[in-house]
Design a protein around this ligand. Structure first.
Ligand code: SAH
Ligand code: SF4
Length: 473
């Protein structure tokens, strides 16, 4: 089904105003999916609210990457029981990565019977049908609303877990945003042994470059200044397409579009980083000088058990090659602490890699066992308390490294995209090309959404403050 089938606003009975609340958990991919959900709901006539209690439709877009995320979703869903008792007419839906797993769906059905709709990651376009089916079972007022939809008989409590997706057909309604995302591919083929993503998001599938180019051009024309290309492993973009195209070629294509904008992308997998790609990032002015390159561990033994398909030496070589060409380019990374069979010696290798790589920031995670993954069958020999100690040790070391990285920008002139007028003190902020946040005092609201030249006047840990030099640059 294509989005054109969704009834548009004008069909809706104007007297009935329906409010929708969307809560997003997890990664940028989910943020991007929630944006699509918002577009679908708006097309149906819903208005979006930030207040859960006043909503008629509540949807949780869930994350399954770590157990903590799952527990948070369950905790928040459980709190809806009271609300549903008070307002039995609300429709509650759960979607996203968690609902791609049958044991989770079973649990939701058993423990949270008040949830009306469950659907997976790749089926956003059928949401109107699902909502309609719930409305049709309710009172006259609700039924009237539902009559505006096409007559399709879907059972309530529909569970859809399809992983073959119609990836080109969701609308792009993102005008007037300063920055936004585009998913260039879906799914993942890598099967890192700890990771649930390939199971819940399905196989890797790239979107056609022609369709991306169109969407990208439209965004630039509507004034978007920063677009982040999303995928679980953007470096392998194009491999599933008939018309072969590499990620580097895609970057070249998109940056040829006229206009003052910049591109970010995530996530890159170290196994697929080529010199050609680095050369393009370094030399192309429209590509931000930041690479998120998750390393996960500094120990070759652990990397092999994780099925990451690179060594610490190869990883550090990428960093070395890049830094020789662009010393200030910022690398960020993800690290998992306490993987099954990890010893303190293995962890020390992670510490030494972190010291060598000098990341500007690090995202650190304690290993979380995910049912159905290869690592779930490995013996997890590291006590939880030990994992926490290791994590703290890592964070302490990284804090200094980050601070030193940020310090390099003190006194320098940087180009910042102003994203937000902030608080009462009138402090605005934006990011530079390296993805470092810069706070600016006394910034006029007219500069919001503009690139400005800023001189960095102070630095404290990861806080940079700056002064505007020129309004347009
Ligand atoms: N596709 C991206 C990452 C997706 S998940 C990549 O390959 O880099 C984001 C991060 O969550 C991962 O990089 C990893 O550090 C962390 N992560 C994934 N599964 C995890 C698990 N089972 N336990 C702890 N951290 C995990
Ligand atoms: Fe998960 Fe690995 Fe795929 Fe990233 S590359 S999503 S960590 S399986």
């Amino acid at each position: 089904m294509y989005i054109m089938d969704v009834p548009i606003k004008t069909n809706i009975n104007k007297k009935i105003k329906y409010l929708a609340f969307i809560k997003t958990y997890g990664c940028q991919q989910n943020v991007s999916d929630s944006e699509k959900i918002e577009n679908v709901l708006s097309a149906m006539g819903y208005q979006i609210t930030n207040v859960k209690e006043e909503a008629d439709f509540i949807i949780f877009n869930s994350c399954a990457v770590r157990k903590n995320a799952e527990l948070r979703v369950f905790g928040n869903v459980s709190q809806l029981r009271k609300l549903k008792k008070k307002k039995p007419n609300i429709v509650i839906a759960i979607c996203g990565c968690m609902t791609q797993q049958s044991h989770i769906v079973k649990k939701i059905r058993k423990d949270f019977e008040f949830v009306d709709i469950i659907f997976g990651t790749n089926t956003i376009e059928i949401l109107p049908k699902l909502i309609k089916s719930v409305f049709l079972k309710r009172d006259i007022k609700n039924k009237k609303f539902a009559q505006n939809f096409k007559d399709i008989n879907f059972k309530p409590f529909e569970i859809l877990q399809k992983t073959d997706i119609s990836i080109e057909n969701l609308p792009c309604k993102k005008e007037n945003k300063i920055k936004t995302f585009i998913s260039i591919m879906h799914g993942c083929n890598n099967f890192c042994s700890y990771c649930i993503v390939p199971y819940v998001r399905g196989r890797e599938l790239s979107r056609k470059s022609e369709s991306l180019l169109q969407e990208f051009e439209k965004l630039v024309k509507t004034g978007c200044k920063e677009i982040t290309l999303l995928g679980q492993n953007v470096n392998s973009y194009g491999k599933t397409l008939d018309k072969k195209i590499s990620f580097t070629e895609l970057l070249r294509l998109l940056t040829k579009i006229e206009g003052d904008f910049r591109i970010r992308f995530m996530t890159s997998h170290p196994k697929d980083v080529s010199k050609e790609l680095i050369d393009e990032i370094v030399s192309n002015k429209k590509i931000c000088k930041h690479i998120h390159l998750p390393v996960q561990s500094g120990s070759n033994k652990i990397l092999e058990k994780m099925n990451r398909k690179y060594t610490r030496e190869k990883y550090l070589k990428i960093i070395d090659y890049t830094r020789k060409k662009a010393p200030e380019l910022s690398f960020t990374s993800d690290i998992i602490v306490g993987f099954p069979s990890e010893t303190y010696q293995d962890f020390e290798e992670t510490l030494s890699l972190v010291k060598e790589a000098k990341f500007s920031s690090l995202f650190t995670f304690i290993y979380s066992k995910r049912k159905g993954t290869l690592a779930a069958d490995m013996r997890d020999n590291v006590p939880y308390q030990t994992k926490i100690q290791w994590l703290n040790e890592l964070l302490k070391i990284q804090k200094n490294i980050s601070s030193n990285f940020y310090q390099k920008f003190l006194g320098k002139r940087v180009r910042v995209l102003l994203e937000k007028e902030k608080n009462k003190k009138n402090i605005a902020f934006g990011k530079n090309s390296e993805n470092l946040t810069v706070y600016i005092e006394d910034c006029s609201e007219f500069l919001l959404g503009k690139f400005v030249q800023v001189k960095i006047i102070s630095q404290n840990n990861r806080v940079l403050r700056g002064k505007i030099l020129h309004k347009n640059s």
